[in-house]
Design a protein around this ligand. Structure first.
Ligand SMILES: [Zn+2]
Length: 287
């Protein structure tokens, strides 16, 4: 009985939630609707930082940061990730993980400015995984698709929560003048098991044990139908406390950058909204 409990992912979810409790509001097995699969599902952990990073000073701009976590454990399979140098990929592109209330216009300088402000830890990685596999340690164990499943659960939840929040926001009638929401999301996969990075040295595979790997992926959001880029942090259970410090630095940096560019962002938001209105008026006249 105890052995069976140990093997399921549940205690890991409890352990990680416990670590988060001090600094986050934590929701466990949070419901969401999987629009693609047309069914209700749940995500292991959905959390929001409690600490005030100076949100008051940003007004009328509002920064919201959420994290979503899936927990997996495996004794029978090792997780391996195939990486590429970061410089060949646009690691700064995580466009699916943030959304602002300012409409996106093609020649949009608000978008450009906010991108400069949102610079998470991703850019500090020299390599980023573009493929992965689950390797059997014992001959008779069956093949698994835990990584694929978990990554897609995280992407689905991210899209769901971002879009739902903006729908809820659009129903609010008492928003202060110039209020703009900047919503950033971090999808995280916590793993308890053997985790490796695979690189190729003149054709020969080289295996290195890792406790933190980035997985870059693209996904078509079922809500806005746009294909967007996402980066999932794969974090080993033993490294999670350290990883929380990395996130903390991210929040602080993003906050600081937005504060520094507060007037510029407010001005660009206003101008972008005017451009957007002109465009839609012109479009409806041409129609
Ligand atoms: Zn979308």
């Amino acid at each position: 009985m105890i052995e069976k409990i140990k093997k399921s992912g549940y205690p890991l979810e409890i352990e990680i939630s416990g670590l988060l409790d001090k600094e986050y509001t934590v929701f466990n097995t949070k419901y969401y609707f999987d629009k693609e699969g047309k069914q209700g599902r749940d995500i292991d952990i959905h959390a929001m930082p409690l600490k005030d990073y100076g949100y008051e000073d940003l007004k009328p701009l509002h920064l919201r940061i959420d994290i979503a976590i899936e927990c997996k454990k495996s004794e029978t399979h090792a997780w391996v990730f195939f990486t590429r140098p970061n410089k060949f990929l646009d690691a700064l592109d995580f466009s699916g993980q943030y959304k602002t209330s300012v409409p996106r216009v093609s020649t949009d300088s608000f978008e450009r400015l906010i991108r400069k402000c949102l610079k998470p830890h991703y850019r500090k990685f020299e390599r980023i995984a573009i493929a992965y596999d689950e390797i059997k340690k014992e001959k008779d164990s069956s093949s698994r698709r835990d990584i694929f499943e978990a990554v897609h659960q995280l992407l689905k939840f991210t899209c769901y929560e971002i879009h739902e929040s903006f729908i809820r926001r659009s129903k609010l009638t008492d928003l202060p003048l110039g209020h703009e929401l900047i919503f950033v999301f971090f999808p995280i996969l916590v793993f308890d098991g053997d985790m490796f990075e695979v690189t190729f040295d003149s054709g020969k595979p080289r295996l290195n044990r890792r406790n933190h790997i980035l997985v870059s992926t693209r996904y078509r959001c079922p809500y806005c139908q746009e294909v967007r880029s996402f980066i999932v942090d794969v974090v080993h259970r033993s490294y999670f406390s350290e990883f929380m410090k990395i996130l903390d630095t991210d929040y602080y940096e993003m906050m600081k950058n937005i504060l520094k560019n507060r007037y510029g962002l407010m001005k660009e938001a206003k101008e972008t909204r005017i451009k957007f209105l002109e465009k839609s008026v012109r479009f409806s006249v041409e129609k």
